[in-house]
Design a protein around this ligand. Structure first.
Ligand SMILES: Nc1ncnc2c1ncn2[C@@H]1O[C@H](COP(=O)(O)OP(=O)(O)OP(=O)(O)O)[C@@H](O)[C@H]1O
Length: 240
C-alpha cells in the first residue's frame, strides 16, 4: 500500500511557488488508479515525488507502512517502485534485448519471452530485439520499449506518466489492451497519469489533481461521468 501524507512541494522560481499542496492519497494493493487533471496541475511532479526524483518540502510517503520519504530513486526501485517516464531515456550501447533482460532481472529470459513483451506493446520482435536503444528510435518506439521494460519488471507499484504521449492512434487500442491485461493480472498497484478517456475507463479509482491540490478521488463510476460531462467543478475544487 502506498500512502501520501500531507505532501507539499515548493520551488523557488523568483517567488516561492507551491506546485503540490497538502496532497493526501492512499493507493491500496491491487488497485489501478488513474491520476488526471488540467495541464500544469502537478501530476508529473507528484509521480516524480513518489519515484524519488523530487523531494517533497513537506509530508511523508509510506510504502507498506515503511517511511520512504528520504529513500533514493535506486532504493525505491529496489523496494519495488517502477516508473515509466513521460519522456523515455535512451540507452546508448544497449540493445532492446539487453534492456528487457535487465528490467526482468533474469538473464535466462528467452527471446520468445522478450518477444512476448515486445508484441504486447505493438512492436514486431524481429525488427526490434537487436536494435540499439539509442536516438535512432523514435519517441513512440522508445516509449513502447519502456512500457515493455516496466511490464517485464513486474514491480509491486508501477507508475506510468502519460503512456499515451507520442503513441500513434493505430497503436493506442493495443496499449489499452496492455493496461487492461495489466489490471487483470497484476497483484501490485498501478498508478497511471493520463488524459485519455479510454484509460480513465479501465481505472478502479480516479484522482483529479488541479492547481497542485487533490480535488477529487473516488471510484471510476463516481468520478468519470462528471469529467465526461465537462463539469468544471470536477477540476476546480468546488469553486463553482
Ligand atoms: N522546477 C520547477 N520550477 C518551477 N515550476 C515548475 C517546476 N517543475 C514544475 N513546475 C510547474 O509546476 C506545475 C506542475 O507541473 P507538472 O509537470 O507536474 O504538471 P502536469 O499536471 O503533469 O501537467 P501536464 O498535464 O501538462 O503534463 C506547472 O505549472 C509547471 O510549470
Amino acid at each position: 500500500m502506498l500512502q501520501l501524507q500531507h505532501i507539499s512541494l515548493q520551488v523557488e522560481d523568483g517567488a516561492n511557488r507551491e506546485i503540490l499542496k497538502d496532497v493526501n492519497l492512499t493507493v491500496d494493493d491491487g488497485r489501478f488508479v488513474v491520476i488526471t487533471g488540467p495541464n500544469g496541475g502537478g501530476k508529473s511532479t507528484l509521480a516524480k515525488v513518489i519515484a524519488g526524483i523530487l523531494a517533497p518540502t513537506e509530508g511523508r510517503i509510506l510504502l507498506d507502512g515503511r517511511d520512504i520519504t528520504q529513500a533514493s530513486i535506486t532504493e525505491r526501485a529496489k523496494m519495488g517502485i517502477g516508473f515509466a517516464f513521460q519522456q523515455p531515456v535512451r540507452f546508448k550501447g544497449l540493445t532492446v534485448r539487453d534492456l528487457i533482460t535487465l528490467a526482468a532481472g533474469d538473464e535466462t529470459l528467452s527471446d520468445c519471452d522478450i518477444g512476448r513483451y515486445l508484441r504486447s506493446v505493438g512492436l514486431c520482435p524481429r525488427d526490434y530485439i537487436d536494435r540499439e536503444a539509442n536516438a535512432s528510435l523514435s519517441g513512440g518506439e522508445m516509449k513502447r520499449i519502456e512500457i515493455a521494460m516496466v511490464l517485464a519488471r513486474k514491480t509491486p507499484l508501477t507508475i506510468f506518466d502519460e503512456p499515451e504521449a507520442g503513441i500513434d492512434l493505430w497503436s493506442f487500442g493495443n496499449l489499452i489492451d496492455v493496461f487492461a491485461d495489466l489490471r487483470r493480472e497484476t497483484e501490485g498497484s498501478v498508478l497511471i497519469i493520463s488524459h485519455q478517456e479510454r484509460i480513465l475507463n479501465i481505472a478502479d479509482e480516479i484522482v483529479v489533481l488541479s492547481g497542485g491540490s487533490l480535488t477529487m478521488h473516488g471510484p471510476k463510476d463516481e468520478i468519470l461521468p462528471g469529467l465526461l460531462r465537462g463539469d468544471r467543478c470536477a477540476f476546480c475544487r468546488g469553486e463553482e
